[in-house]
Design a protein. Structure first.
Length: 127
């Protein structure tokens, strides 16, 4: 089954790196991209998404606040916070927001593990 993935990062290069890893793992999945939290929420409201991959540091609202907003909007969306800021506090806050923390630079192996768990949860939620 193909899923829709929302990639959110203010850096075009970072979005391209995540998209490349995603395409290598799941070329049949649809991806949409946003450069900030407001754009991301507008896209999520327009068309349902299954997975959200969020940068932590963005202008305006950061990835933690976006993760919480996405989870409030639709708790079934699997959310990952991606950051080079690998501090225990950030990891804990990501977990509290209902997101899995993935370190930058994002590896296909880390993304693959997260996506496997996400697919499992999505299938369970759909019954």
């Amino acid at each position: 089954m193909a899923y829709k993935v929302l990639i959110v990062d203010d850096s075009k290069l970072a979005r391209m790196a995540v998209a490349k890893a995603l395409n290598n793992l799941h070329p049949d999945w649809t991806r949409i991209e946003a450069t900030n939290a407001d754009e991301a929420m507008a896209l999520a409201r327009q068309s349902p998404v299954d997975v959200a991959l969020l940068d932590f540091n963005m202008p305006g609202r950061d990835g933690l606040s976006l993760a919480a907003e996405i989870r409030d909007f639709d708790p079934r969306i699997a959310v990952a916070l991606i950051s080079a800021n690998v501090q225990a506090e950030i990891v804990a806050r990501a977990t509290e927001a209902g997101a899995q923390f993935l370190p930058k630079p994002l590896t296909e192996q880390a993304l693959s593990g997260f996506l496997a768990e996400a697919v499992h949860r999505l299938k369970a939620a759909r019954g």
